[in-house]
Design a protein around this ligand. Structure first.
Ligand SMILES: [Fe+2]
Length: 202
């Protein structure tokens, strides 16, 4: 029987994904001019960074080494995080307005009854923090959205029909949402499938 824990790939996937999120959130923090958004992003960024380090540390403690991945579109994410898009658009791009919907994939983590106590503690705290992060981000998103909805659009302000503007704007927003959903699904697929990922013993 292999000495490799069945959940090693899961730990590796979480470590890599969380560390990447910490990176692009830092870039976004440097760019935003909204102190409320900055405060939320800082809380989330510290959590993500700590998760990345803690899970990498746990992989090491179990006698293995982290396997990095180059398939997570980090360059694209860094570019969007540092772009002139609004905070609201960035939240939609990163799927942060509905993280709690996709985090349901974590409901099955503890179906693996071989998870050791230390790793179980770490996973339990991690999942609870991720759901809290989802609540924080959704709340921040809804505030930004409400603020945006209060502003009259340029067309409305000038008394012109808004149908054409609304259509292109809605299409762009829908496009971003579909992209974000695809990325979220892909990340979760990687996490769910991660247990079969071969991991090199140190
Ligand atoms: Fe996370």
């Amino acid at each position: 029987m292999s000495d490799k824990p069945s959940y090693l790939g899961l730990l590796n996937a979480i470590a890599v994904n969380e560390a990447r999120a910490h990176q692009y959130l830092q870039v976004w923090i440097d760019k935003t001019t909204d102190p409320e958004v900055e405060a939320v992003l800082r809380t989330v960024a510290w959590r993500e960074g700590e998760h990345g380090m803690s899970f990498a540390k746990r992989v090491n403690e179990l006698g293995f080494e982290l396997r990095d991945r180059d398939d997570l579109d980090l360059a694209d994410r860094l570019a969007v995080a540092g772009s002139d898009r609004s905070d609201l658009e960035k939240m939609e791009y990163f799927g942060q307005d509905r993280l709690d919907e996709v985090l349901g994939a974590f409901d099955n983590i503890f179906k693996d009854h071989t998870i050791d106590i230390r790793t179980g503690e770490l996973l339990g705290r991690y999942v609870a923090e991720e759901f809290d992060t989802a609540r924080l981000l959704r709340c921040c998103y809804e505030q930004l959205k409400a603020r945006q909805d209060e502003k009259p659009s340029p067309s409305k302000a000038q008394g012109r029909p808004v149908a054409a503007d609304a259509t292109s704007g809605e299409l762009a927003a829908l496009n971003d949402k579909v992209d974000a959903l695809c990325r979220a699904v892909e990340e979760l697929r990687q996490i769910v499938c991660a247990q079969s990922m071969p991991t090199k013993a140190s």
